[in-house]
Design a protein around this ligand. Structure first.
Ligand SMILES: Cc1cc2nc3c(=O)[nH]c(=O)nc-3n(C[C@H](O)[C@H](O)[C@H](O)COP(=O)(O)O)c2cc1C
Length: 192
């Protein structure tokens, strides 16, 4: 059988083959009301109706504790201008410090859930956990989206690729963003 030009990829990094994925800020809040957040690139929609999304969170994370107890979180989509804040929120634990405040991002009250969102986000989804599934060394939380909002400058049914420079995680400390190109098989794309 021909090798087809492939080279083997270590199973330690083979998940990078499914990236780039948006580096999403997941914010939750404890019973004291103090909010904290972490970065998750393992988020995905899983159902249209009802709209369900999933996020995979390792039990070692402080955010895991908050989501597990409060059963609510917000997903905040950030763009490439916030790579430093993303790196900070994705490498430092909020267990013993108020890293959300330290990040300098602007914390704002959400509409339907207790955890806040950040004003710098291109888009926000407010979520309530419906189910959790043990998944190896992570727990996959499946949550219903109760409310969603986005900045029209960046999003009109779909993200505008020339404007919304979503921070995309390649793996490790490497990121990229989306190109300006809008690719579609339709004869007349909407955004021209
Ligand atoms: C780009 C990026 C993506 C990440 N994706 C995930 C993820 O999907 N799930 C997860 O459990 N941790 C992920 N992490 C790690 C957590 O964000 C990190 O451990 C964070 O410091 C946890 O903070 P906490 O202890 O305050 O919850 C990611 C980190 C980065 C930088």
């Amino acid at each position: 059988m021909r090798s087809g030009g492939f080279a083997a990829v270590s199973l330690l990094t083979a998940y990078h083959l499914l990236h780039p994925k948006p580096a999403i800020l997941v914010i939750s809040a404890g019973s004291s009301g103090r909010a904290s957040g972490m970065i998750a690139s393992w988020t995905t929609p899983v159902s249209h109706s009802p709209l369900l999304v999933g996020v995979s969170i390792a039990p070692a994370r402080y955010t895991y504790q908050l989501v597990k107890s409060s059963r609510e979180f917000t997903l905040n989509v950030l763009d490439s201008r916030y790579v430093k804040q993303v790196n900070f929120l994705g490498t430092v634990s909020g267990r013993n410090r108020d890293k959300l405040r330290e990040s300098g991002l602007t914390i704002s009250r959400s509409k339907k859930v207790k955890p806040p969102h950040v004003e710098e986000a291109l888009a926000v989804l407010e979520c309530a956990v419906e189910k959790e599934v043990e998944a190896g060394d992570h727990v996959f939380f499946i949550a219903r989206v109760l409310e969603a909002y986005a900045k029209p400058e960046f999003f009109d049914e779909v993200y505008k690729p020339e404007k919304a420079k979503i921070l995309m995680h390649l793996g490790g400390a490497y990121y990229t963003t989306v190109s300006d190109e809008l690719i579609t098989p339709k004869p007349r794309p909407r955004f021209c």
